[in-house]
Design a protein around this ligand. Structure first.
Ligand code: DQA
Length: 156
C-alpha cells in the first residue's frame, strides 16, 4: 500500500511561518514522523510539496495507478482551486484533506474548502497530529475497501 502526501504553497515555510498559528514544527519533521508510522505499518510513503497549482494537479494525476491513498494539504488553494478539486475527483483515489489550523475558526475566506467535498474527509485544527489522523483514516478506508472486495468475491 502506497500513500502520497501532497503539500501546497507556503507549507515549506513551516517552522518559520506564523508560528502562533502553525506551530514550530518544520515540514521535514512532520514528514519524518509520517515516514516512521508508515514503516511501522508496512506502508510505502512519498512526499511532495509545491507552491504551484499546476504542479499539484500534475502530481495528483501521477498518483493514478501508483498510489492507494492521498493525503493533501492544499493550503491556500483549498479555498480557490477548482483545478485541484477536479484532479482529486478525476483520479478516484481515496483522499484525506488536512489543515494544521482550524480553518473554520479563522477568516471567513478560509471557511470554504473547494476540495473537501471530493475528499473522503477532512482533518482541521489538530496541528501536525492531523497528518497522523489522516494516515489512520487512510488505513481504515483501505481495510474497508479490501473487506468489500473480498465480500464481493465471495458472492461470485
Ligand atoms: C492551511 C490553512 C489555509 O487556509 C492556509 O492558506 C494555509 C495552511 C492549514 O494547514 O491550516 O496555507 O491549509
Amino acid at each position: 500500500m502506497k500513500i502520497v502526501v501532497i503539500q501546497g504553497p507556503n507549507l515549506n515555510m513551516l517552522g518559520h511561518r506564523e508560528q502562533n498559528i502553525y506551530g514550530p514544527m518544520k515540514l521535514e519533521d512532520i514528514h519524518t514522523q509520517m515516514k516512521n508510522f508508515a514503516e511501522q505499518n508496512g506502508m510505502e510513503i512519498e512526499f511532495f510539496q509545491s507552491n504551484l497549482e499546476g504542479e499539484i494537479v500534475d502530481k495528483i494525476q501521477e498518483c493514478l495507478g501508483d498510489a492507494d491513498g492521498i493525503i493533501i494539504n492544499p493550503a491556500a488553494y483549498t479555498h480557490t482551486s477548482i483545478a485541484i478539486r477536479d484532479a482529486i475527483s478525476a483520479v478516484q483515489i481515496p483522499t484525506v484533506e488536512v489543515h494544521l489550523s482550524n480553518i473554520y475558526a479563522r477568516e471567513d475566506f478560509r471557511h470554504k474548502s473547494l476540495t473537501a467535498p471530493v475528499c473522503a474527509g477532512q482533518v482541521s485544527g489538530f496541528g501536525p497530529f492531523g497528518y497522523h489522523m489522516a494516515m489512520v483514516a487512510i488505513v481504515q478506508i483501505m481495510n474497508e475497501i479490501k473487506a468489500m472486495r473480498e465480500a464481493q468475491q465471495a458472492q461470485k
